[in-house]
Design a protein around this ligand. Structure first.
Ligand SMILES: Cc1ncc(COP(=O)(O)O)c(C=O)c1O
Length: 373
């Protein structure tokens, strides 16, 4: 069975599983405890993992806050920035094509008195910088939050330019980078105005239930203020209370190490696989398919394809014995895709769309399965 739903989640890499193993049994201490080896060694491991995650996105280790995943990171950052910095303005700017963990958090913030502008997107799900500037001109904005790479179409937003614009108008900038990590070069040293970022380990061959929120320091070297979501023992410098999930954190660190060291090779393989899959689909189904995704400026390895006249749910079910594919985002699989609606697809078009998401650990010959379909 060929697994082509890597944007929903990825299998945990064997080296990651191996790295985690001792932390369930031998090194089981609470890293906040002191003196004895189980605790001290657990703390060392957490700090090593923090260093690896920091390296992956090129920030300092103390700018990494471990969370339970990108949903929590998005909730924590959006609510926490809004609460801590509302004096900057009560407007928040985002886009209509965000992940539900951003959209639903923004809807909550609307009930708390924030005005949210949802920028529309083009045919491929990207915002227009002119729209962003127009929105920033309207009134003081506390935060601009934009998806780096779209989970259904793969399209990349102009993060550098958008973060510079936000800074020009005195607004903070956050990006949900969940889908791009491990597939695109994420170098925050080169993006000084991206102050906040969300990430999740299970999208880059790490375990589920662990992620990170990046909170950068200001020009004075002080950590930016974010009101915590979880109050308690003040772990993670008070940003995120709760006993550290040491095995999962170690797993995320190992996954980050692998993603960092193989980034170039993985990107090359994903580009190659995407090209081969596009060609195979054209060859087998050329007259009945349409690609929703752009061919360029995208996350490699994600294809969104309409199979005209077919129902995507039926197609996914029929294909299930031979391949795992999805109708779009796993987080909203029961609802028609809001992303495809926003790029102008009709109900019929979105009900016939399948998302294929590839893995750099697959080979071109794995895709030969399409020749038999
Ligand atoms: C863009 C994006 N943001 C956030 C999430 C949520 O991540 P997690 O499963 O870690 O909560 C996902 C998961 O599909 C995603 O694709």
């Amino acid at each position: 069975m060929l697994y082509l739903d890597n944007s929903a989640t990825t299998p945990t890499h064997q080296e990651v599983v191996d790295a985690m193993l001792p932390y369930w049994t031998d090194v089981f201490g609470n890293p906040s405890s002191k003196y004895y080896s189980q605790a001290v060694d657990a703390k060392i491991a957490v700090n090593q993992a923090r260093q690896s995650v920091a390296e992956l996105v090129n920030v300092k280790a103390d700018e990494v806050i471990f969370t339970s995943g990108a949903t929590e990171s998005n909730n924590f950052l959006l609510k926490g920035i809004a609460a801590a910095h509302s004096s900057r303005g009560n407007q928040i700017i985002s886009s209509v094509a965000e992940h539900p963990s951003v959209l639903e958090t923004l809807r909550y913030l609307e009930t708390q008195g924030f005005d949210v502008i949802y920028l529309s997107v083009d045919l491929y799900g990207r915002i227009d910088l002119k729209d962003l500037e127009r929105a920033l001109l309207k009134k003081p904005t506390v935060l601009v939050t934009l998806l780096w790479g779209n989970n259904e179409l793969g399209s990349l937003n102009p993060i550098k330019e958008a973060s510079e614009l936000a800074n020009q108008y005195g607004s903070f900038f956050h990006t949900d980078a969940t889908q791009v990590i491990g597939k695109v070069n994420v170098d925050l040293e080169k993006l000084p105005y991206v102050q906040f970022l969300s990430a999740s380990a299970h999208k880059f061959y790490g375990p589920k239930g662990i992620g990170a929120a990046i909170v950068r320091k200001d020009d004075m070297g002080l950590s930016l203020k974010v009101t915590p979501l979880l109050h308690g023992g003040a772990q993670e410098n008070g940003y995120r209370s709760g006993t550290h999930a040491v095995p999962l954190i170690v797993g995320m660190g190992k996954a980050a190490e692998i993603a960092y060291s193989r980034l170039g090779e993985h990107i090359k393989q994903l580009v190659k696989l995407e090209d081969r899959l596009s060609k195979l689909l054209m060859k087998q189904f050329g007259d009945v398919i349409h690609f929703n995704n752009d061919k360029q400026n995208k996350i490699p390895g994600i294809l969104s394809v309409q199979f005209k006249g077919l129902n995507n749910e039926v197609l996914c079910k029929e294909l299930a014995p031979v391949m795992a594919v999805s109708t779009g985002s796993a987080c909203s699989s029961s609802k028609p895709s809001h992303v495809l609606q926003e790029i102008g697809c009709s109900m019929e078009q979105l009900r016939s769309t399948i998302r294929f998401s590839l893995s750099p650990y697959q080979s071109e010959t794995d895709l030969d399965i399409f020749l038999d379909l």
